[in-house]
Ligand binder design. Structure first.
Ligand SMILES: [Fe+2]
Length: 286
């Protein structure tokens, strides 16, 4: 499958507390970075200057927190115009959001699950189309982790693919979320992955989670990526070809050197799939 991605390789989420360590390390193994626009819109002064240095050095994507695409409240179109200006100002390559909502009103950053129903598909898809019109670009929606499925009339994969199709938007494929959901909701992660529309993948996420119990995983972004999730990423590349993939780490942040080891691990798996000879070796040794 060939697709022209707007970024490539392996990326890292840029947090404020990483600005100085990363500026000191100047890593050249990071191909792109991601920020939440909410954290940077209207940030000026010394902090804004540091940020602009990064956007001058690396390609950026944005992963929003507060669009609340599934909420009953009207879309905040003023906020979206601010986002559009931010995307243009920093030449952001892709804007993604969560396929969830943040409460009825206000901007809580808890991500709540949208009911898997046909009515919700139509409602959410219409709102995504409106967002794409305002931003004047395609956006990518992320498959989210969820711990309850209220009023469920269809499966998660049916819901996700129906929204992507009806909205005609791209997919931010979060591999860890698929793994976590597959354990918590008892389905086959590889089957789920294989049923996704690969041609819609804009980029991917990989992250660590917390093992609460054998049958309960919590998506925390606060630990190293687990082996099962690395192997699911490997499977995803085999299925769809290599797509740009970003490491998310929001809590228990290790030293930059350790974070970069995981970014390198993404690159190693990508390299394996970009080199047909090593793919063959892997197939022979399997
Ligand atoms: Fe994610």
């Amino acid at each position: 499958m060939t697709r022209a991605y707007s970024v490539h390789g392996a990326g890292l989420g840029l947090r404020r507390d990483l600005l100085d360590p990363l500026a000191g390390a100047r890593p050249d193994n990071i191909d792109f970075m991601e920020v939440a626009p909410e954290n940077w819109i209207n940030v000026g002064g010394a902090l804004g200057k540091k940020f602009r240095k990064f956007t001058g050095q690396y390609p950026f994507v944005c992963h929003g927190l507060s669009l609340s695409i599934g909420a009953p409240a009207p879309l905040d179109e003023h906020f979206l115009l601010d986002v559009k200006q931010f995307l243009d100002q920093h030449q952001v390559r892709c804007y993604s959001e969560h396929l969830s909502y943040c409460g009825d009103d206000g901007h809580m950053y808890d991500l709540l699950p949208i009911p898997f129903t046909g009515e919700a598909v139509r409602y959410v898809a219409a709102r995504i189309r409106r967002v794409q019109d305002i931003l004047e670009r395609r956006i990518a929606m992320e498959n989210v982790s969820y711990y309850a499925a209220p009023s469920q009339q269809m499966t998660e994969i049916e819901f996700l693919t129906a929204v992507l199709e009806e909205a005609d938007c791209d997919l931010l494929l979060d591999v860890n979320n698929i793994y976590v959901n597959s354990i918590n909701h008892r389905y086959d992660a590889r089957e789920f992955l294989a049923a996704l529309p690969g041609e819609r993948i804009a980029y991917g996420h990989i992250a660590g989670h917390y093992d609460e119990a054998a049958d309960l995983k919590i998506d925390t972004h606060g630990a190293d990526v687990k082996e099962d999730v690395w192997s699911l990423l490997d499977f995803a590349y085999r299925q769809f070809g290599v797509f740009p993939t970003l490491l998310e780490r929001d809590f228990n942040i290790p030293p930059v050197d350790e974070l970069l080891l995981e970014v390198n691990q993404i690159r190693d798996i990508q390299a394996k799939h970009s080199n047909p000879a090593s793919e063959q070796d892997a197939a022979l040794s399997a």
